[in-house]
Ligand binder design. Structure first.
Ligand SMILES: Nc1ncnc2c1ncn2[C@@H]1O[C@H](COP(=O)(O)OP(=O)(O)OP(=O)(O)O)[C@@H](O)[C@H]1O
Ligand SMILES: [Zn+2]
Length: 703
């Protein structure tokens, strides 16, 4: 039944049989088989329309991607479409091109790209055929006729400074595709540039897609967008899309933009797949952020797809960052991207002063140097906020027995379990890899000694210590644990913005994007943990993260200060931070990558295998690596490709599954793409034979 091509076939006129007309539909389904599936229908459903079709003994929602001139099976073997779903317009052509490109580029079946991109209601058979279907989810939604977005009073935009005005005018005037890098230091007012450019695009009757890396950045952005745009385009003109929405909310946003009622879409990475027939501008804020990369299923980079989509639609794409990814920077340096620079802070006169505290010979108190504690004390006296940044949640990363050396380990992973304070409930040991949880034992499971000690510290312990040290201060902690409940992150951030918090303890969740008005000091604990990671992108990521978190200090008033505690103050990353020297860091980083042939000067893919035993994972990878040599004709590109030796992952076992990976690399991207297409087609058989699970990731961010 599957036909071979992943490409969208060109619509062809179906030949009607005798009597009632018969149409052949080629349909993409979310099944793990490469290929598309042909069906018979007495309605000519358009390309992009959704249909319910039989598949084996089940029924599935699929999307029509073509009308084959000759179906892949004998006509009498074709099964009939059950229902053509006409409650929405067909998916737009350019949307199908985007999905088709993503499927090709990331080596996935088209149906596995198309269907998961749709809101759940649009791809569930039960939403249409169930007892309570009532005409399907879209008609049900329309009958409820949501009208909850209230008008927001318009705000008074600030007068743009010269750098902002130049960038906004130039971007707003672009009438065709360019990728624009907006390189603005932290607090330079990139948001204003986006808003001004967007207004010009909206005024021309086009839609705008705004992407942000994290859900918890959407409320702040949403407010600015509403205040600025609802006067122009009406309160319903803004839609929001992220993974925290209910199915109904997601559907409403999707339908709103597809119908063109919503003129602006604000969303996280998944919004790159929103159908926007009149799209005129895409903005990707914090373009360097790793959250733009999807980490399972279709492992796409939303930033890269945004650039592709902009080129395909011939519209401008703006990538904004204080610390652009080296990939993006390289494009700008070579003149592929237009670049605008905002070199000054919009409000405060100067960037915050970054100070390194050498912790090698210091007596620390719960990880705090006397310098940092003193600085916090004086900010308290000034009535300013401090932020303590520590990228480790929980109370302590491991529990240890002082007498026999026992350490808390996950029974299912090669990892320690992290101690968490229960806050009223019992204290627990949690595995951050597989979710395993257990009570903290009363005594050492090995020797019975009762003196178990938490080693090191996470955000909970830091919070506890600060509460003792600064009893007069109001302290809040923002991390994945304190924000588990829906709405709790927004509530905590609102407290910080309202000045109801003196000291904020947080993980990377607090580092990005937020425009804190009264934050004078940022203290960074334990930055060194990332310094010697094996990943070649670790220094780049550390630099970006520290630059971002440092950038939260002194945004509205001069005199912001950043203290980074480190045992390695001479490391180039830290030295570059003190000088606020992105350029120097990027130059050095790119030269190094070029010398050893790493991205962006080479392109990579990563094959990861998972099995009960590491031996099996390694065997699968070894055999996958040998495929090209065994069939040289099938792999004409093989000489341009480097296949490395399979290696176990750093955390080998997770949830009793042992994992290994194989890196594929080439300086020639098209050759790599052709190679991968061939290779990816051969892997399922091998995986079946060895009973192994695997995934192939193109342009992996972590190796
Ligand atoms: N021209 C201007 N005059 C006065 N204030 C401005 C101007 N432009 C922006 N601002 C204000 O400056 C602050 C910082 O702006 P914004 O948050 O957009 O910075 P950013 O470049 O996105 O920084 P980051 O990269 O750190 O997120 C905001 O409070 C914003 O309202
Ligand atoms: Zn585990």
């Amino acid at each position: 039944m599957p036909v071979s091509s992943q490409d969208i076939p060109i619509p062809a006129a179906p030949s009607a049989g005798p009597g009632a007309p018969v149409f052949w539909l080629r349909v993409a389904l979310d099944v793990p088989l490469h290929g598309l599936f042909d069906y018979r229908s007495d309605v000519k459903a358009a390309v992009g329309a959704r249909v319910i079709v039989p598949f084996g003994t089940r029924q599935l929602v699929g999307v029509v991607v073509g009308h084959p001139a000759t179906p892949a099976l004998e006509p009498e073997q074709l099964r009939d479409v059950v229902m053509v779903l006409d409650d929405t317009d067909p998916l737009p052509e350019d949307w199908l091109r985007l999905a088709s490109f993503a499927a090709r580029y990331y080596q996935r079946p088209l149906g596995e790209v198309i269907l998961p991109a749709l809101p759940a209601g649009l791809r569930k058979v039960s939403a249409y055929l169930g007892k309570r279907a009532a005409g399907g989810p879209v008609r049900r939604m329309d009958r409820r006729a949501a009208s909850k977005s209230a008008a927001v009073p318009a705000d008074q935009p600030p007068r743009l400074n010269a750098e902002q005005a130049d960038a906004a005018a130039a971007i707003g005037a672009l009438q065709e595709h360019r990728t624009v890098l907006l390189h603005g230091v932290t607090g330079s007012g990139k948001t204003e540039v986006y808003l001004h450019a967007a207004q010009q695009v909206l005024a021309r009757g086009r839609q705008v897609l705004f992407m942000v890396p994290e859900i918890n950045l959407t409320p702040q952005f949403e407010l600015s967008l509403r205040a600025r745009l609802s006067a122009v385009a009406g309160p319903r003109a803004l839609a929001v899309m992220h993974s925290g929405l209910s199915d109904g909310e997601r559907l409403q946003a999707w339908i709103g933009v597809q119908r063109g009622e919503a003129r602006v879409l604000l969303g996280t990475r998944l919004s790159v797949f929103a159908p926007m027939p009149e799209l005129g501008l895409i903005v990707v804020d914090e373009e360097h952020d790793v959250s733009y990369k999807q980490q399972d299923g279709l492992r796409y980079s939303a930033r890269d797809l945004a650039v592709w989509r902009g080129r395909d639609r011939n519209i401008p794409v703006v990538l904004g960052s204080a610390t652009p990814s080296l990939e993006t920077w390289n494009h700008a340096e070579r003149g592929h991207y237009l670049r605008f620079t905002l070199g000054k802070r919009a409000k405060a006169a100067e960037p915050p002063a970054v100070r390194l505290v050498d912790t090698r010979r210091l007596a620390l108190q719960q990880g705090f140097s006397p310098q940092l504690l003193e600085a916090m004390e004086s900010r308290l006296q000034l009535g300013q906020q401090s932020l303590v940044f520590l990228n480790r949640r929980g109370y302590a990363p491991v529990l240890n027995c002082g007498s026999c050396g026992w350490v808390s380990q996950c029974p299912r992973c090669t990892a320690y379990t992290v101690m968490h304070r229960g806050g009223g409930r019992f204290n627990s040991l949690q595995c951050h890899h597989c979710g395993y949880q257990a009570r903290v034992p009363r005594a050492c499971p090995d020797c019975g000694d009762q003196d178990l000690k938490p080693m090191g510290r996470g955000t909970q312990r830091v919070e506890e210590y600060l509460a003792e040290r600064f009893p007069q201060a109001r302290i809040a902690r923002i991390d994945a644990d304190s924000t588990r409940l829906k709405g709790s992150a927004a509530a905590l951030f609102a407290k910080v913005h309202a000045g109801e918090v003196d000291i904020l303890v947080g993980t990377q969740m607090v580092a990005k994007g937020h425009d804190f008005a009264n934050l004078g000091l940022v203290g960074v604990l334990n930055a060194d943990a990332m310094l010697f990671a094996q990943d070649f992108r670790a220094p780049e990521r550390l630099f970006a993260q520290l630059m971002q978190v440092a950038g939260r200090a002194g945004r509205h008033e001069a005199g912001g200060e950043v203290i980074i505690q480190t045992d390695y103050p001479d490391q180039p990353v830290y030295q570059a931070l003190v000088r606020h020297d992105y350029h120097g860091f990027a130059r050095y980083g790119l030269a190094e990558r070029e010398a050893v042939g790493l991205p962006p000067f080479a392109h990579q893919a990563l094959l990861t295998a998972e099995a009960r035993e590491l031996r099996m994972s390694l065997e699968f990878l070894a055999r996958a690596r040998d495929l090209p040599a065994a069939d040289r004709e099938a792999y004409p590109e093989a000489d341009a490709i480097t296949l490395y030796d399979p290696v176990p992952l750093r955390v080998v076992r997770v949830a009793n599954i042992e994992r290994a990976q194989l890196l594929v690399e080439s300086r020639n991207r098209p050759a790599l793409q052709r190679f991968l297409a061939q290779w990816a087609a051969a892997l399922p058989d091998l995986a079946r034979e060895l009973r192994i699970r695997y995934n192939l990731e193109v342009d992996p961010l972590e190796i």
